[in-house]
Design a protein around this ligand. Structure first.
Ligand SMILES: [Zn+2]
Length: 274
């Protein structure tokens, strides 16, 4: 998955997110929901995605044509335990959230069930308020982080920090990912990360290295930096404040008491020694 996504988006806030070469996702901001109708067609879902697999946390819907159906059962417990891992890393409250996961055999099926933007490409997924749409099984874990963060912290309003949380989970889980992300971030250290962090420069316009959109490593490492210098609860307050304040900078200043741009320049100095 590369960094340009031909979306048919009519109104504003669609948070698209591309993760490494593996997956891709979209956030839909429920407050600024577009006037143009898009979303699930439940009649179509009922008639087309007529296979169900329900667990304590998920409800998978798919058709007989879904090509990974035979692998689904064996993947389910890993998704369940992944939720526990994410909840532990992000210290999330206990949840009874049950997330529908729509698995599409092809783009026709997707566009019949979910209207409003272009079709998923190979091994892609996107996230709605509390649901995941995918055409394979590889991208689902990434989306699970978004769904949990959306529902148990706050509805993401900043692409940079929504992806930052997700990428932070990845670097906590894997030293290899951390080292790779650090390597990439250092290569791009002269870039205006403050403009990335306030979404002035679009997440997917930040360039690509080692098949990763560069904003992923930078956002995840910046979240790590913030957590090192403060704590998770403060970060969550900031994350929630992005929703309520006029800008990401305003939210940052309100919670951390110093400018976002200063934090970014401190972060740049810091990671050189990581
Ligand atoms: Zn994402």
């Amino acid at each position: 998955m590369k960094n340009r996504i031909p979306l048919m988006i009519v109104l504003t806030i669609i948070y698209a997110c591309v993760i490494t070469s593996r997956s891709f996702s979209l956030f839909v901001n429920p407050i600024e929901r577009p006037v143009i109708q898009f979303g699930m067609d439940s009649t179509m879902v009922d008639s087309l995605l007529n296979h169900k697999l329900e667990t304590s946390r998920f409800l998978f819907r798919y058709s007989a044509k879904f090509r990974y159906a035979d692998q689904l059962q064996s993947r389910v417990s890993s998704y369940e335990s992944f939720c526990d891992t994410v909840s532990h890393i992000l210290q999330l409250p206990k949840s009874t959230l049950k997330t529908p996961i729509y698995l599409y055999a092809d783009s026709v099926e997707q566009l019949l069930c979910f209207k409003g933007w272009s079709a998923l490409r190979e091994n892609q997924a996107f996230t709605g308020p509390n649901e995941i749409h995918a055409n394979g099984l590889g991208a689902i874990e990434h989306e699970i982080v978004h769904v949990l963060a959306n529902n148990l912290i706050a509805y993401a309003k900043s692409v940079f920090f929504a992806e930052g949380i997700e990428q932070y989970v990845e670097i906590v889980r894997s030293d290899e990912v951390f080292r790779k992300d650090l390597r990439i971030a250092k290569k791009f250290i002269s870039k205006p990360w403050d403009k990335w962090a306030n979404d002035t420069i679009g997440f997917w316009a930040t360039g690509e290295d080692e098949s990763i959109v560069v904003a992923y490593p930078v956002s995840g490492l910046f979240v790590k930096f913030l957590l090192q210098h403060s704590n998770l609860e403060i970060f969550k307050e900031f994350y929630r404040a992005i929703r309520t304040e006029v800008s990401t900078e305003a939210a940052f200043y309100k919670i951390y008491k110093y400018p976002l741009s200063k934090a970014i320049s401190d972060f740049k100095k810091d990671i050189l020694s990581w």
